[in-house]
Design a protein. Structure first.
Length: 162
């Protein structure tokens, strides 16, 4: 269930515009930011807030790459597989990432730290090959840079937030 404060904030924002359905992606992201993903219950609550059917919300949620319908890791690694990244060595980086994390595309590490997901383009062809981790772009990448990034994220992920 969406927390009261978040629900009230979203309801106020929705009430302040002429065409509330235009906010569906923003509302899905706000709920996802709270829970980490968009559960079936959350889809129903978003639909209720926007006076939409759960099916309409579900169709949009499954269309957008960055809306997660299943739990994901603390760090979501989107691996760009565009033509440019592919030409610049995306496959060797993906193989290295997969081996280093012990997971394939679409999976999450058993400790819940990392999810590895494909994305058709992140729009950083000038930094190819590139990845996106929790909305931050990294590139151009080498295996060494990738190992450094993973090491820093692991250290950060093990540090409790204050």
């Amino acid at each position: 269930m969406i927390p009261r404060e978040l629900k009230e904030s979203l309801a106020q924002h929705i009430a302040s515009i002429d065409h509330p359905r235009e906010l569906v992606v923003d509302v899905m992201f706000a709920v996802q930011d709270h829970y980490g993903y968009l559960s079936d219950e959350a889809v129903e609550e978003v639909a209720e807030l926007l006076d939409m059917s759960p099916l309409e919300v579900e169709q949009l949620a499954t269309f957008y790459t960055f809306i997660y319908r299943e739990p994901v890791g603390k760090y979501v690694i989107h691996v760009c597989d565009s033509v440019i990244c592919w030409m610049e060595g995306h496959e060797s980086l993906l193989d290295h990432l997969s081996g280093k994390l012990g997971i394939n595309l679409g999976e999450t590490t058993p400790d819940g730290m990392f999810s590895l997901l494909p994305v058709c383009c992140i729009g950083y062809c000038d930094r190819a090959p590139a990845i996106l981790i929790n909305k931050k772009v990294y590139g151009p990448l080498t295996i060494e840079k990738l190992d450094d990034i993973l090491e820093k994220l692991r250290a950060e992920g093990l540090t409790p937030s204050i």
